[in-house]
Design a binder for this molecule. Structure first.
Ligand code: SF4
Length: 201
C-alpha cells in the first residue's frame, strides 16, 4: 500500500536541512562536509550505496558518472526516473566523501549511519525495493544475514526476499568481478529489472 504522507514531506525537508548542516565528522573529511543524498517520503526504491567519491563531492549529483550509467542499465531506467526523488531514494552509508587511501576511497565514515540512517528510513514508508550495494550497506541492511564476502552475499541474492537485492558496486573497477561471475548478468539482472519495473509501476 502506498502511504500518502504530507506531514512526512515537511519532516523530510527539515531532516534534509539538518543533514546538510551536519559537521559531525568534519575533522576527518579531507574536503569537508558535503552530504550527497536523495530522499522523499514517496520514494519507492532505495539505493543503499557506500559513499560519494571526489567527483560526486564536487558536483553534488550522486552516480552522475560511468558507475551511475551502469547502475541505471542494471535497473533498466533512465536518468529522468533515477533522479526523481519521488521514485528513487539514494542513501549512501556515508553521505560525505571520506577521502582516499592506498587502495582507493576510504570506507564511509562510521559516524554517519548511526546518526542519520534510521530516522531517514523512517520517513520513507513506501520503499518497496532496496538495492544493497557493497559490503557496508550489506552489513547494515541485511541485518546479520550477509555472508562472509560480498561475492557470497550477492550469489545468495534469492535468500533476501522480494524487497532486498544485494549488488556489487557498479564501478568499472568491478569489471573483472563481473567477468568472473556470469550468473550476475544472466540470472540476477533480469530479476532486478523486473522488480524495479513492478515497484515503479
Ligand atoms: S559523513 Fe555523515 S556524519 Fe559525517 S559530516 Fe557528512 S553527513 Fe555528517
Amino acid at each position: 500500500m502506498i502511504v500518502d504522507t504530507p506531514v512526512s514531506l515537511k519532516r523530510a525537508q527539515t531532516l534534509l536541512a539538518d543533514v546538510r548542516a551536519c559537521t559531525r565528522c568534519a575533522g576527518h573529511l579531507p574536503l569537508g562536509p558535503h552530504p550527497v543524498l536523495q530522499v522523499h517520503p514517496a520514494a519507492r526504491i532505495l539505493i543503499a550505496g557506500q559513499a560519494p567519491g571526489s567527483r560526486v563531492h564536487a558536483t553534488g549529483v550522486p552516480f552522475d558518472y560511468p558507475s551511475g550509467d551502469r547502475l541505471r542499465d542494471w535497473m533498466g531506467i533512465d536518468k529522468t526516473i533515477f533522479y526523481d526523488a519521488t521514485r528513487i531514494a539514494i542513501l549512501p552509508m556515508g553521505f560525505c566523501f571520506p577521502g582516499t587511501g592506498k587502495s582507493g576511497d576510504l570506507p564511509p565514515r562510521s559516524e554517519c549511519a548511526p546518526a542519520w540512517r534510521d530516522i531517514l528510513l523512517a520517513i520513507m514508508p513506501n520503499i518497496g525495493l532496496t538495492l544493497v550495494i557493497g559490503q557496508y550497506a550489506q552489513a547494515w541492511h541485511l541485518k546479520g544475514k550477509a555472508k562472509a564476502t560480498l561475492t557470497e552475499t550477492t550469489l545468495a541474492w534469492r535468500d533476501y526476499g522480494q524487497t532486498m537485492i544485494p549488488l556489487p558496486h557498479p564501478s568499472p573497477r568491478n569489471n573483472i568481478w563481473l567477468k568472473r561471475n556470469p550468473w550476475f548478468n544472466e540470472e540476477l539482472l533480469p530479476t532486478l529489472r523486473k522488480r524495479v519495473s513492478a515497484v515503479l509501476a
